[in-house]
Design a protein around this ligand. Structure first.
Ligand SMILES: C[S@@+](CC[C@H](N)C(=O)[O-])C[C@H]1O[C@@H](n2cnc3c(N)ncnc32)[C@H](O)[C@@H]1O
Length: 214
């Protein structure tokens, strides 16, 4: 069912190619045995935190593709998030709790503002398409973010890879879903750095669109 009348959001999807999908992850070893979960945790912080506050109009979808399977999607919801701190252990501990839930195809809330389900990139892209969301693929050789086109993008969903990038199979899904490719600059950056740049650019665009004070 197509539903194009939802409130405006900015969403981020980060593909965790090796991020584990089960078991009790060690907060002391997020980069190792948890499958570079540290990268995903930094993305959560970059997406949701501002100084002394939280971006309530942002959702972060972490696609966990590692062992033992099946793939899972953990969603951090800015609107309802509670008790999250900006450090990696804080988001890591919420992912840890999410992975202890017996995940189903529909979301289960594991802690306030964090939801888990079984699912994959293909299904998630389909859901966004049905909601008429504009898909933006963060890619080094994409169109420059400073282009006027980017300013016009409303209600975007940004898709990024982890330290390994995005593999061909997922890239094909993203392109087939009609995503536009956008670059934040000529150098390959950390995923979390890209998110900071994107949000900063959107903040600037939104400020420009505010009506001038009398
Ligand atoms: C650390 S980079 C991936 C590097 C990986 N070695 C590769 O070649 O794909 C992580 C992700 O950040 C995004 N990214 C990094 N630099 C970017 C840039 N300059 N413009 C747009 N997206 C970028 C891409 O989505 C990329 O998959």
């Amino acid at each position: 069912m197509v539903d194009c009348h939802l409130p405006a959001m900015k969403d981020f999807v980060i593909i965790g190619n090796k991020a584990v999908t089960g078991g009790k992850i060690s907060l002391n070893d997020l980069p190792g045995s948890a499958g570079r979960m540290d990268v995903l945790c930094r993305c959560v912080t970059a997406s949701l935190f501002i100084s002394f506050g939280m971006r309530r109009d942002v959702n972060v979808y972490l696609i966990l593709k590692g062992e033992p399977g099946p793939e899972k999607i953990v969603r951090f919801c800015g609107a309802t998030m509670k008790s999250l701190n900006p450090d990696e252990r804080s988001s890591g501990s919420m992912i840890q709790k999410a992975l202890l839930v017996d995940a189903k195809e529909t979301e289960t809330q594991s802690t306030p503002g964090v939801f888990v389900r079984t699912g994959n990139l293909s299904g998630l892209l389909e859901e966004f398409k049905n909601k008429c969301r504009k898909l933006v693929y963060l890619k080094e050789d994409g169109k420059d973010i400073l282009d006027a086109d980017f300013k016009a993008i409303e209600d975007p969903v940004f898709i990024l890879g982890d330290n390994q990038g995005v593999f061909e199979e997922d890239e094909a899904l993203i392109r087939d879903a009609g995503a536009v490719s956008v670059s934040v600059g000529p150098i390959s950056l950390l995923s979390s750095q890209c998110i900071t740049i994107i949000l900063n650019q959107m903040d600037r665009n939104e400020m420009q669109n505010l009506p001038a004070e009398e």
